[in-house]
Design a protein around this ligand. Structure first.
Ligand code: BTN
Length: 226
């Protein structure tokens, strides 16, 4: 099923995820798309904000009514594919190029509702000098021109339509092929160990030497990796 129809494009909005949520509640169909040139209250995971200079990032939220399992993994694989052959995914769903985060994904739903929102931000044409100081060491950009945003969006929607239909096992395989943490030391507030990919539920597998852990992204936040 194609994604991106109908589409609302806003020059400026608070958060495309919030607009998409309102449209979903009002009955927008599967695949409805909200994009913006600029967000004034862009949201990231775990209550963080997401900022990007006007007209320099792909800012998109898709309404989904068919909600397959592993939704954020499906979005991450689609985003990584359009960010390049060398793009990797850092668990649970940061997309990195050359160790820098170029894209983030925020999937949201509401208990009891039959919709989900997949919100995607990609730093397509952001000048590194414009990153806020707190993310200057970790954020990255694709280094393209603003004119590349629209073609990239088209490719992203096509890839996302593909990954939404893939078998769960193929999704975890594709995800693991781009795993940025495999073999890396990771730690969280409950332990530490060596990352070994994700399982069929999207949990990060970690071997501490004495125990195997399967970390759930809803409960665990990695505090350090290296
Ligand atoms: C993260 O890495 O923490 C997730 C960032 C998600 C940002 C995108 S930009 C489009 C959509 N609207 C939002 O407010 N957030 C997502």
């Amino acid at each position: 099923m194609t994604l991106g129809h109908p589409r609302v494009h806003l020059r400026q909005t608070g958060s495309t995820n919030d607009v998409a949520r309102e449209l979903a509640i009002a009955g927008a169909p599967h695949g409805a798309l909200v994009t913006a040139s600029e967000q004034t209250a862009g949201r990231g995971r775990r209550g963080r904000s997401w900022t990007a200079p006007a007209g320099r990032a792909l800012l998109a939220s898709v309404v989904l009514r068919d909600m397959p399992q592993l939704l954020t993994l499906r979005a991450a694989v689609a985003v990584a594919r359009v960010c390049g052959d060398d793009a990797q995914i850092k668990w649970p769903n940061d997309v990195l190029v050359g160790d820098r985060k170029v894209a983030g994904i925020l999937c949201e739903t509401q208990g009891g509702e039959d919709w989900a929102i997949a919100g995607i931000g990609i730093n397509v044409a952001v000048d590194p000098a414009d990153f806020p100081a707190e993310i200057a060491d970790t954020a990255g950009t694709l280094g393209l021109e603003p004119a590349a945003i629209e073609p990239l969006l088209e490719r992203l929607l096509a890839q996302f339509a593909i990954t939404l239909r893939m078998d769960p096992a193929d999704i975890t395989t594709s995800w693991n092929e781009r795993d940025a943490l495999r073999g890396a030391k990771v730690s969280w507030d409950g332990g530490s160990g060596t990352a070994g990919g994700i399982d069929e539920h999207g949990r990060l597998l970690v071997d501490s030497g004495v125990a195997q852990w399967a970390l759930d992204s809803g409960e665990i936040s990695l505090v350090r990796s290296g």
